[in-house]
Ligand binder design. Structure first.
Ligand SMILES: C[S@@+](CC[C@H](N)C(=O)[O-])C[C@H]1O[C@@H](n2cnc3c(N)ncnc32)[C@H](O)[C@@H]1O
Length: 569
């Protein structure tokens, strides 16, 4: 039988068994998206367009009856393992007489989900969360498959493979799966690929049991729903599924014009969920999101939590915290707080403006890497054996992730500018200091040949200049004349505070020795009016280095250092 006659036979089978399918719906087989449903004339009704009696559905009850068991089987939280195994059996087994045969025949053998892509095609996804999920999901499916076969005391088709799966924790499940034979009608129903196929059928076409039974014990319990599962998905389509008189009905709340496709809604799914579970993505998907995962030591995550950073709901493993990024919310507060926390100094008891700005820089770096990665990947600049549709899907997926990271990046750049503007009163740029403290600038011209601020970066002596200036501030009262430029008070105060509390070890002195010897006593001899007034000993520089840690933030984008008042953010 051809695919078209299979489709007709399935609709006939449904109608013969008491289903209602509105005559104005025409089902067509298309090259691009498989079967579609189209309105043959305008349809605008709140009445069901399709009603299917319960006896035609493949439910967990049907599966339990088929395998003759009385208790439901749940493996790794999945209550559909039995239904999935039954679907594999009906598709690949030899039971020609089975009641659901006309429905099973139209379930496509070839699925678009990435589980069924070639190694070469999957290579492009390497490094994405989707690739990771693929592995995790396959490992989960393998455990479920082992569990359900064991429970039913069924012998797998390939004992060697089964034992390998069972005995080894760290097998590369993805490579192993890719090396297995492709799905064909000759596939054994007791094989792992048949189970993966059936899982993908459930993932892409099953409906929640809760439609029929609001008391269902497991929210993930699902059933296969002939005919209605032929409808494709469109975001925000208004539909209703109702259970009445022992039949499940599909109602479209849309006003459909003649020749328009009748869509269902699979729910608010991101492109990653759509690709993984359905094998397609939606352009400009309003439900799209991506993630930013940070691998950190468990202790660090515990510390962040007890400090009050709101990450409890984002911790996905002992050593991993994950933030959801969406186009609406590209920069969650908890993510920014976490980066601020990561930049907190031991000497700080609270989150500071300096930490916030430094955290923004760190996050900026990560987002730049993400955007670059997705940009490079989406170019696909090597020959790839794949249909143009698949290549377009891969590109769309990569671009939609890149777009979110890019939005986050732009939002972050804006936020940093805002933060700086809002806190301008608490920040002093070293560039401004250099411009205003003329005497200091002149001394640097003599000492290092620094003629303008940009020369610091060119000569790599920004740190020396900062330390010298901090020590100059500490000595401010020793100069015969008041400094022409009055340095912010908090810099002087911070120096005094560190000076009082610091315990200097021999190692600190050793560490600073070569730096110090490079500058002194030369500088005090060459420019005594600046560098031989007050105390210019090595201890002063060790203290200044500490002050720098506490007060100075160097903006990554411009390499410009700022002194920042230590205020709470
Ligand atoms: C529930 S089935 C819908 C019927 C399907 N067209 C068929 O031929 O059986 C879900 C599958 O249809 C396809 N599909 C549904 N909506 C789609 C869309 N908006 N764009 C592309 N493919 C879609 C995907 O292959 C998906 O896995």
């Amino acid at each position: 039988m051809s695919a078209n006659s299979d489709l007709e036979a399935c609709i006939d089978w449904c109608r013969t068994n008491g289903s209602y399918v509105d005559d104005r719906i025409v089902f067509k087989l298309t090259e691009k998206v498989g079967i579609t449903a189209v309105a043959s004339e305008a349809i605008s009704t709140k009445k069901p367009l399709i009603s299917i009696p319960k006896k035609l559905l493949i439910t967990n009850e049907v599966a339990m009856k088929h395998f003759d068991i009385t208790e439901p089987v749940v493996s790794r939280g999945n209550p559909n393992v039995l239904g999935q195994l039954l679907t594999a059996k009906l598709k690949f087994g030899s039971d020609e007489e089975c009641f659901h045969r006309p429905y099973i025949r139209i379930l496509p053998l070839k699925l678009d989900q990435p589980y069924f892509w070639s190694a070469d095609q999957l290579e492009i996804l390497k490094g994405t969360d989707l690739h990771l999920m693929l592995r995790q999901n396959l490992a989960k499916m393998a455990s479920e498959w082992i569990d359900v076969l064991e429970f039913l005391k069924l012998k797998p088709n390939d004992m060697q493979f089964y034992n390998k799966l069972k005995s080894s924790q760290d097998i590369d499940i993805l490579s192993l799966f890719l090396s297995m034979n492709e799905i064909s009608i000759g596939t054994s129903w007791l094989s792992f690929p048949a189970y993966v196929w059936a899982t993908s059928i459930f993932n892409s076409r099953a409906f929640p049991e809760i439609i029929m039974n609001s008391q269902t014990s497991n929210i993930n319990q699902a059933f296969l729903y002939p005919i209605v599962d032929l409808l494709n998905h469109k975001n925000d389509t208004k539909v209703k599924w109702v259970f009445e008189n022992d039949e499940v009905s599909f109602i479209s709340l849309e006003s459909l014009k003649k020749s328009e496709e009748i869509f269902n809604s699979y729910g608010d799914k991101s492109n990653e969920e759509l690709l993984l579970n359905y094998g397609f993505v939606q352009e400009n998907n309003a439900n799209d999101f991506t993630r930013l995962s940070l691998k950190l030591e468990k202790q660090m995550l515990d510390n962040a939590s007890s400090f009050g950073i709101d990450i409890k709901d984002h911790i996905v493993a002992d050593d991993c915290v994950q933030f959801k990024l969406t186009n609406e919310q590209p920069l969650p507060d908890s993510l920014l707080e976490m980066f601020n926390f990561l930049c907190k100094l031991k000497s700080e008891s609270q989150l500071t403006l300096r930490g916030a700005l430094e955290g923004q820089d760190e996050l900026h770096e990560i987002l730049i890497q993400k955007v670059d990665f997705f940009k490079k990947r989406s170019k696909i600049n090597r020959p790839l054996a794949a249909s143009t549709d698949l290549i377009a899907t891969i590109k769309q997926y990569l671009n939609s992730d890149r777009r979110i990271y890019n939005n986050s990046l732009e939002a972050l750049q804006k936020l940093q500018k805002q933060t700086m503007r809002k806190n301008a009163i608490s920040m002093t740029s070293f560039k401004t200091i250099f411009k205003n403290d003329k005497e200091f600038a002149n001394s640097l011209l003599i000492a290092f040949g620094i003629a303008n601020f940009e020369d610091f970066a060119k000569q790599g002596c920004m740190r020396e200049a900062l330390l010298l200036w901090i020590v100059r501030v500490a000595n401010k009262d020793s100069y015969p004349r008041k400094l022409s430029y009055a340095p912010p008070r908090y810099i002087y105060d911070c120096f005094q505070e560190v000076n009082r509390s610091i315990v200097i070890q021999k190692e600190d002195v050793m560490e600073f020795m070569s730096f110090y010897k490079k500058l002194f006593p030369n500088l005090s001899k060459k420019i005594p009016e600046t560098f031989d007034v007050g105390n210019w000993g090595i201890r002063q520089f060790i203290v200044a280095d500490n002050v720098m840690d506490r007060l100075v933030w160097t903006r990554k984008q411009t390499q410009e250092p700022y002194f920042i008042l230590q205020n709470k953010i």
